[in-house]
Design a binder for this molecule. Structure first.
Ligand SMILES: Nc1ncnc2c1ncn2[C@@H]1O[C@H](COP(=O)(O)OP(=O)(O)OP(=O)(O)O)[C@@H](O)[C@H]1O
Length: 590
């Protein structure tokens, strides 16, 4: 059995189950120990010719009763000890998932999904083994070995017992030696499994890139390599494990030889009866399992402890983003945003991603953000969503510090279409209704229409019940983007953020979506990040970001008039559009 702060509460919760389980287990052990004595008595009875048939029948019934009680006891302890360890495994897995869901973005940037999955499978399994089978081994090792040796020495013969156990230190020795290697090999096995899960997860997530670059073969070879590594590490562990059984049986075999030689002599000279010798040999065979249990329990506990350490590390990770102690209770958000001299570096970076930004967005305004890739546009949005912490007083929503607003309330009031428009493996209906409490088909259809994706959806055979594959594999990039827009719109949030959300749709569709948004989002704040001028040109205010700084700002007309970086993009995109039109015309003419 292993202990740790996250396990102890479950031990407390299931204390009586464990207690009754241990009592049942000890009772079974004590009953089992009686069996060789009864067999010895029967043997002596037969040898001396003193017994009658009724005596044998009596003993037979007695043994049957023992057998039934032992079976019943086993049923009880297995249910209580193994069953409870399964219960703890179940709760622990839930705890880990629940905890991971609370951790910040940063944690997932720093930890591989495959590793986390390995912890949630292999490590929890190792912890369960240490709790259930570990407890069984510990109790059996202590109770059976003490009781059996006691019976061997005091009911049969002390000298014979001392001689019979001469080879036993070998078992203890092997237990220590093997468990030392076992620990290392078990860790290697867990690591190999984690890196295999990681590779599978990454390979399937990136399947489109793999196919586009025709890298399937390379992936198959890489998988075969990690699979082989996993296989080798399992075999290394299994080889070590497989050495335990023959060593223990060998040692007990040696004991048996000594027993037969010395015990046979004692029987011949009449110091012990034949029945005693038979009982002694039975006792010896009863020692095989608890002897094995000594070696195994050390390993199971060492492995469980190592796994529990890893699990504790996850559960100890503190969520970095949480409600401030001086949280301001707010009912609604109107949607005005004020950014005061905001600068920000990512926690593991030396470079500022945002530098001295000042911006005032009035309720109901539409703000356009443009700038080269890496300029800090998404970072600004991450900060508005409070995915990272910032110093107090830097971003105010409705005049209130974002750091003091309740997190749930803040995020409930911001609709966001992130660049990575991830869709869940679920129906389109559920994907659109993801952020709202109830599924209202009229609302879903209305918002799908606003996002200009309704016509596409009803063309699918299953319509709104179409299940999108993992990451929406069955849909086009533009369709996914528009479903993500519908998912954000249905929240009717006072602040809506579109991060490059129409980049994969054509300009006609983009125009329709923007027109619908304008109508729908009257009096509500909308922030649109884009690379295309057409997406933001009608915004009330546009900021041009470069290396985290606002370098130009104003309306489209004002920015064009400045004739700076913004206008240079306008000109480039106009030129590109002219070529596109020209190209279209010339292709049609052919
Ligand atoms: N999690 C992170 N940790 C450290 N640095 C980051 C992280 N995310 C982004 N950055 C860095 O911050 C800077 C701004 O990135 P950001 O994603 O905000 O740019 P962007 O303007 O949205 O670009 P794009 O138009 O390509 O989406 C970049 O230099 C980027 O490398």
């Amino acid at each position: 059995m292993i202990f740790g702060k996250y396990l102890n509460e479950y031990y407390r919760k299931y204390f009586f189950r464990f207690l009754i389980g241990i009592i049942a287990l000890i009772t079974v052990d004590l009953l089992q120990i009686r069996v060789p004595i009864i067999i010895g008595n029967i043997t002596d009875g037969i040898m001396t010719g003193k017994v009658e048939e009724s005596y044998l029948l009596n003993k037979g019934l007695y043994l049957l009763l023992f057998g039934i009680s032992i079976a019943l006891g086993r049923f009880i302890w297995r249910n209580l000890i193994f069953g409870t360890s399964r219960n703890i495994e179940f709760h622990l897995r839930n705890d880990i998932f629940k905890h991971l869901e609370k951790l910040s973005q940063r944690y997932f940037n720093e930890h591989k999904t495959g590793d986390l999955m390995a912890h949630a499978t292999n490590d929890i399994n190792a912890v369960r083994m240490a709790i259930g089978p570990g407890l069984l081994m510990m109790v059996d090792a202590i109770v059976l070995i003490t009781m059996v040796l006691y019976n061997m020495a005091y009911i049969v013969n002390v000298k014979l017992t001392l001689i019979a156990i001469i080879p036993f230190p070998l078992i203890i020795f092997q237990g220590f030696v093997i468990s030392k290697f076992m620990k290392k090999r078990f860790r290697e096995k867990q690591e190999a499994f984690a890196s295999m899960t990681d590779m599978v997860q990454e390979s399937f997530s990136g399947i489109r890139v793999i196919k586009a670059f025709i890298q399937e073969r390379k992936e198959i070879e890489a998988f075969a390599k990690t699979n082989k590594n996993n296989f080798d590490k399992n075999i290394r562990l299994a080889k070590l494990r497989s050495a335990i059984d023959p060593i223990i049986r060998g040692v007990v075999g040696l004991s048996l030889i000594l027993t037969i030689i010395y015990g046979g002599r004692l029987t011949m000279i009449g110091e012990i009866s034949l029945g005693n010798l038979v009982a002694f040999i039975n006792f010896l065979s009863m020692l095989v399992w608890p002897m094995m249990a000594i070696g195994m329990v050390l390993n199971v506990i060492a492995q469980g402890k190592a796994s529990l350490d890893r699990i504790e590390k996850i559960l100890d990770a503190k969520p970095e983003i949480f409600d401030s102690k001086s949280v301001i209770e707010v009912r609604d958000i109107n949607g005005s945003v004020k950014i005061n001299d905001l600068s920000f570096k990512y926690p593991d970076s030396d470079e500022y991603a945002i530098r001295n930004i000042n911006l005032h967005i009035k309720r109901g305004q539409t703000i356009g953000i443009i700038g080269r890739t890496g300029a800090g546009k998404t970072t600004l949005i991450n900060l508005l969503l409070r995915l990272y912490n910032i110093p107090e007083g830097k971003i105010l929503i409705d005049g209130k510090d974002i750091m003091k607003l309740p997190l749930k309330m803040l995020r409930r009031n911001i609709g966001c279409v992130p660049q990575d428009n991830f869709l869940f493996s679920d129906t389109i209906t559920r994907n659109i209704a993801f952020g709202v409490n109830e599924i209202n088909m009229d609302e879903i259809i209305k918002n799908a229409k606003l996002a200009n994706v309704h016509d596409n959806i009803i063309e699918f055979k299953e319509g709104y019940n179409t299940v999108t594959g993992e990451r929406g594999i069955a849909l086009s990039g533009g369709q996914k983007q528009r479903i993500s827009i519908a998912r954000a719109l249905i929240k009717k949030a006072p602040i809506l953020i579109l991060d490059d959300a129409v980049s994969a749709v054509d300009t006609d569709t983009e125009e329709k979506i923007l027109a619908a948004l304008k109508e729908e989002r009257k009096n509500k704040t909308t922030i649109i990040i884009a690379h295309r001028i057409s997406t933001i040109k009608h915004a009330d205010h546009i900021i041009f970001l470069d290396e985290g700084k606002i370098v130009e700002e104003g309306t489209h007309e004002e920015l064009v008039a400045i004739d700076g970086q913004y206008n240079s993009i306008v000109k480039k995109q106009q030129l590109a559009a002219t070529f596109e039109v020209y190209d279209e015309k010339s292709t049609k003419g052919r």
